[in-house]
Design a protein. Structure first.
Length: 375
């Protein structure tokens, strides 16, 4: 009798035990081979809440990011490809780290310390996103895998040779991704150089907080009273315009689609928004720059940054010709980018904040993507 009681008590205790809590973790796997025979690795970072960020060494690219909606349903909220081949073929910087200089440099040329430097003109008459083989198209080296109590992540390094893509100086770059227990994806950038060079690094994720469809119903708030207008080739004119009374005023929030097709010369040049917003900042500290709400799912993305500007791009050049994850054809405006950055073409614009990194100095910026839901 006693024996049975012990067995029953034991069985009750075992069956009442709470199932093991999912824990934060990192899964490291192969993502394929580059044609030159180099391996591309993938790191899947997961936190206790089940938020998952996948990063591959090729382009230090964020390939997937699953976050919950207001009912806890997970959805991948970034555009991208399932296979390495997709990234090697026609890839408009989906989730990539962009450098050495994000966005455009007019006519692929600039003068620094009296010397003229010429870069590839890979976007009409201009240089775009670091050139023909920018930082999005190189395989980064894994420098560190991070597993702390409240965060998991990895650091990736890339050494850009002196003269690479026409830029002066050997630039040593480190990008660190951290996924925290409170649903933040932190991106830290660091770079040092041995010769003066322009540097502007960004993360080019295309977000769609509904996971699919047009992004025009997403509601955006931007902490920017000014933006930098552009010419017909999307090079800043050098002016800094107030957003007041224009389609560019997102200060109190509105849907992305509300004014996107307005009869506005600036919007016509971009085919929608493709402009640098000047953040209303008092210091170089981390500040909340943008908040996006997708009303159906209740998913909210906040972008915080230490950088002076943000390129708000509404995926105007997507045209359905690229098939991405889940066989989805990415149509026009099916993703938006909030590329935290220094202003485009700064090396040619004396009134913009300087982007020149000199030997002995450290380029150090941070951007944080915070995910939460509307109640
Ligand atoms: C940036 C540019 C856009 C476009 C995309 C990539 O956002 O400003 O004009 O080049 O990258 O397609």
């Amino acid at each position: 009798m006693r024996f049975y009681l012990v067995v029953i008590t034991w069985a009750v205790i075992v069956s009442c035990q709470v199932p093991e809590q999912p824990r934060q973790m990192i899964e490291r796997t192969s993502f394929g081979m580059l044609p030159e025979g180099e391996e591309v690795e993938r790191f899947q970072l997961r936190n206790t809440a089940g938020v998952e960020a996948s990063i591959i060494t090729y382009g230090a690219t964020l390939t997937a990011l699953s976050v919950p909606d207001r009912d806890g349903i997970m959805e991948d909220v970034v555009l991208g490809h399932e296979t390495l081949t997709g990234y090697l073929e026609d890839n408009p910087y989906f989730g990539s780290i962009v450098g050495r200089y994000a966005n455009r440099i007019a006519e692929g040329a600039f003068t620094l310390d009296g010397e003229i430097y010429t870069l590839a003109r890979n976007n009409g008459p201009n240089h775009l996103h670091g050139g023909v083989k920018g930082f999005d198209k190189v395989n980064w080296e894994v420098a560190e895998v991070i597993e702390d109590t409240n965060q998991v992540g990895l650091s990736l390094n890339y050494v850009s040779a002196d003269g690479e893509e026409g830029y002066p100086g050997m630039l040593t770059v480190r990008v660190t991704y951290l996924l925290t227990e409170d649903n933040r994806l932190i991106v830290d950038y660091e770079a040092i150089t041995d010769k003066a060079t322009p540097v502007n690094l960004t993360q080019h994720a295309y977000f769609n907080l509904a996971g699919q469809g047009s992004i025009e119903g997403h509601h955006l708030t931007l902490a920017a009273s000014h933006y930098t207008p552009v010419d017909s080739t999307l090079i800043p004119t050098g002016e800094i315009f107030p957003v007041e009374g224009t389609a560019f005023d997102f200060r109190s929030g509105k849907t992305i689609g509300e004014h996107i097709d307005h009869d506005d010369q600036q919007l016509m040049y971009g085919g929608g928004y493709d402009h640098n917003f000047v953040l209303d900042r008092m210091s170089g500290d981390l500040m909340p720059a943008a908040t996006v709400l997708e009303p159906q799912s209740g998913r909210i993305l906040e972008v915080h940054t230490t950088k002076p500007g943000i390129q708000f791009y509404t995926g105007n050049f997507l045209d359905g010709s690229i098939t991405g994850k889940g066989g989805v054809q990415y149509g026009r405006r099916s993703g938006f980018c909030l590329e935290t950055q220094y202003y485009p073409d700064s090396p040619n614009q004396p009134n913009f904040p300087s982007t020149i990194l000199r030997p002995g100095k450290v380029y150090q910026t941070q951007t944080v993507f915070v995910f939460r839901t509307e109640e």
